[in-house]
Ligand binder design. Structure first.
Ligand SMILES: O=C(O)CCC(=O)C(=O)O
Ligand SMILES: [Fe+2]
Length: 350
């Protein structure tokens, strides 16, 4: 048995089983009708597929999604080149406490270290966010991207790619909106001064895949995540029906889409943000690229008025997204003695 630093070791109940549960897996949705527009019937079918995937799984995959393959291949190639460099080189763009942007290899999920290294960059540059989670403190600051010198094409590949996944994410939010009986563009206003970012993930081979995780179990705090994974596999989703961890089998060039906490709140629990995690393995390294589609920092997140009624009263108290994100960032950065902030902290007691 190999040895890993105890900081990476998961509590026994959270360690992965190395035998995989084979299951049908999350729904695969073909988005080609969105490119040929105007076939209302076909679009409505896709809307229904998205709605039932959000309800049953909180996760789905999409194909024929409109992101040019060449843009995806370009960012995948620069990501490999970036992580193949020495630690010294990568640490030249090291992320600091005051920003999410740059390279980082000591992220914590629920106070246990993840077996991975990452490079984060935002869509808006600069991105405006609150300085602190303290509700009394109204001061704001900027996150600015930190581009490495090498590989030299990294910046262009990242900037081009993130605009393409943003377009796809807006289309997906349009489908989610329609599936909730709302106008297609209902959510667009929240993304005007968005705090979205993309992460390049590298999971090196791990000597103890039964003890550590690439990313520990968590829910995504933003609105929606749109993820490109390579052909290695390792992402597991907690199946709502029985709590079993189900492997998301790689589908070439597909995107994996999941409901984040904010959609759960907006939909007043109709759609749920589902727990997921990443297993590592002892032989193959793995790369993935999630895009976290997040609203403006000043967004007051609460169940949408159109979706609540006397029979279905709001299940969450309103909270400010920027305050939530700064709280989360602090806990991912250093080991805290308090639990991570979660949306259930805003749940209305029944
Ligand atoms: O690498 C993956 O497949 C998923 C990563 C993830 O869940 C996250 O970064 O939030
Ligand atoms: Fe995630």
């Amino acid at each position: 048995m190999g040895e890993v630093d105890p900081a990476f070791v998961q509590d026994p109940e959270h360690r992965p089983k190395l035998t995989i549960t084979e299951a049908e897996g999350i729904p695969l949705i073909d988005l080609s009708v969105l490119n040929s527009n105007d076939d209302r019937e076909a679009i409505e079918k896709v809307v229904r597929e998205v709605g039932s995937a959000c309800e049953q799984w909180g996760f789905f995959q999409v194909i024929n999604h409109g992101v040019p393959l060449e843009k995806r291949q370009k960012i995948e190639a620069v990501s490999r080149e970036f992580f193949a460099q020495s630690l010294e080189e990568k640490r030249k763009v090291r992320r600091e406490e005051s920003s999410v942007c740059g390279y980082y290899d000591t992220e914590l999920t629920k106070n246990v270290r993840d077996w991975k290294e990452v490079f984060d960059f935002t869509l808006e540059d600069p991105t405006i966010v609150p300085v602190s989670p303290d509700p009394e403190d109204n001061s704001l600051m900027h996150w600015t991207n930190k581009w490495p010198e090498n590989p030299p094409q990294l910046r262009e590949a990242c900037e081009e790619y993130i605009r393409e996944v943003e377009k796809l994410s807006l289309k997906l939010m349009g489908l989610v909106a329609q599936s909730l009986g709302l106008p297609e563009k209902r959510f667009n206003e929240y993304f005007k001064d968005q705090t979205s970012f993309t992460r390049l993930n590298h999971y090196p081979p791990c000597p103890s895949p039964h003890l550590a995780l690439g990313v520990g179990r968590h829910k995504d705090g933003g609105a929606m995540t749109v993820l490109a994974q390579d052909d290695v596999g390792g992402l597991q989703v907690k199946r709502k029906s029985d709590g079993e961890w189900i492997l998301v089998k790689p589908t070439p060039n597909a995107y994996i889409v999941n409901v984040g906490d904010i959609i759960q709140v907006w939909s007043n629990d109709k759609y749920e943000s589902v727990e997921h995690r990443v297993m590592v393995n002892s032989e193959a390294e793995r790369f993935s690229i999630p895009f976290f589609f997040n609203p403006a920092h000043y967004t007051l997140v609460k169940p949408l008025e159109e979706l609540v009624s006397e029979q279905n009263p709001p299940k969450f108290r309103p909270y400010i997204w920027g305050k939530f994100i700064t709280h989360r960032k602090l806990s991912n950065f250093k080991k805290l003695n308090v639990e991570n902030l979660q949306i259930y902290h805003f749940r209305v007691q029944e």
